[in-house]
Write a protein that binds this ligand. Structure first.
Ligand SMILES: Nc1ncnc2c1ncn2[C@@H]1O[C@H](COP(=O)(O)OP(=O)(O)OP(=O)(O)O)[C@@H](O)[C@H]1O
Ligand SMILES: [Mg+2]
Length: 359
């Protein structure tokens, strides 16, 4: 999958955007505040229904606009262009895919495997667990057909159990929620564990370019004690759950830990190393997606030169040039990103919200 065409209006400061990106690599350059990040956000928004910077629609819609739209033509593997778009006014959202109105963002999201790297990406390692769970689940959503509905069933049962805890329902009425939670939790856990195992083997295969002979280790924590089954854990923690009004164990508490040569990546490695690690993890996620589906992913790399020395920049570009993906890179300086490793490329200049192709 790649974006063959992208247009948008009413999105942040973007005034004029109607481009035909290259299926391999695209460099977007321009001064501070010209609109580079905003351009990448339009692609991310189309694929996730939210920005990688904020969940608030009022932040991303242009302050003077009453509506915004993002429209794109997706190049599928079958040589067909699929129109896809989102239109948002201050009240409602309209999503269209291949000429049909669709009600769920997930139906559009599944068509658009978009991965973002940006100056805050190190938070995958250094921030809270939410982002790490989203990281695993993005991968599963795009490669495991059954994952999304199982995950939804789990969320629903968990919500109902938490509501029952808060309203102090009698212990015997929990049987029904617990059963649903346990059934779906075990499947989610198995899928996540397998996913991380596959990701680890890709990391082992490709890490040398970025980390020489250092060992990169991802460990997955399922969200409850590894020695006990969830039924036992829920039963044992029931009184505490009742006191606190929420369920303390389950896949919603899962997490990941990363180590570089035995050092905890969260607390004991440099910021540049954290960033490089996140680049490696996300790129391998894109590769895993490609291997599982035979489709390309779309990689957005906002401000690639930031916090990376020239050697690391080159190595990352080399790794990206070998991946089956459509890539969008932003940079303030046109010459700070060397695209010579790609046989073809396009460059776009952004100036006060107007994007133009440089030939
Ligand atoms: N909702 C909005 N309406 C209008 N303008 C906005 C909105 N949100 C952000 N902006 C403005 O859009 C401009 C472009 O922001 P953007 O982050 O895309 O710039 P950039 O080119 O990535 O800059 P930098 O090189 O500093 O990262 C900024 O001046 C920002 O304040
Ligand atoms: Mg920016």
């Amino acid at each position: 999958m790649s974006l063959a065409y992208l247009e948008s209006q009413g999105f942040r400061n973007i005034k004029q955007l109607g481009i035909e990106p290259c299926p391999t690599v695209n460099l977007i350059y321009g001064d501070n505040a010209s609109g580079k990040t905003s351009l990448l956000e339009t692609i991310y928004y189309l694929a996730h229904g939210r920005s990688f910077l904020t969940n608030k629609i009022k932040d991303i819609m242009n302050v003077d606009a009453q509506r915004m739209h993002i429209f794109s033509k997706l190049q599928s593997t079958q040589d067909r262009l699929i129109p896809a778009g989102i239109l948002h006014d201050r009240e409602k959202l309209l999503i269209k895919l291949d000429g049909e109105k669709i009600s769920r963002l997930s139906d559009l999201a599944i068509q658009l495997p978009v991965i973002a790297l940006h100056p805050e990406s190190h938070q995958l390692v250094s921030g809270g667990p939410n982002e790490r769970r989203q990281f695993i689940d993005w991968g599963l959503f795009h490669v495991e057909q059954s994952f999304y509905s199982i995950w939804q069933r789990y969320q629903k049962a968990l919500k109902q159990r938490n509501a029952a805890l808060r309203s102090k329902q009698p212990a015997k009425s929990f049987h029904i929620w617990d059963k649903q939670i346990i059934d779906t939790a075990n499947i989610i856990d198995q899928l996540r564990a397998n996913y991380i195992q596959s990701l680890q083997s890709l990391v082992n295969q490709f890490q040398t370019l970025l980390f020489d002979d250092k060992e990169i280790k991802i460990s997955y924590q399922r969200g409850w004690n590894k020695d006990n089954d969830l039924a036992f854990v829920l039963q044992q923690g029931f009184n505490t759950d009742m006191e606190r009004g929420f369920t303390h164990a389950g896949p919603h508490r899962a997490d990941l830990r990363f180590k570089i040569n035995g050092l905890n990546a969260e607390t004991a490695v440099s910021r540049g190393q954290q960033k490089t690690l996140v680049v490696l993890l996300r790129l391998m996620q894109g590769l895993l997606f490609n291997q599982a589906t035979n489709k390309n992913s779309v990689i957005l790399f906002d401000d690639l030169p930031a916090e990376l020395d020239i050697q690391h920049r080159q190595k990352i570009l080399k790794m990206m040039s070998e991946l089956p993906a459509q890539i969008f890179i932003t940079s303030i300086e046109k010459n700070a990103v060397d695209l010579s490793l790609w046989p073809e490329q396009k460059m776009f200049h952004v100036e006060h919200g107007t994007v133009s192709e440089q030939r």
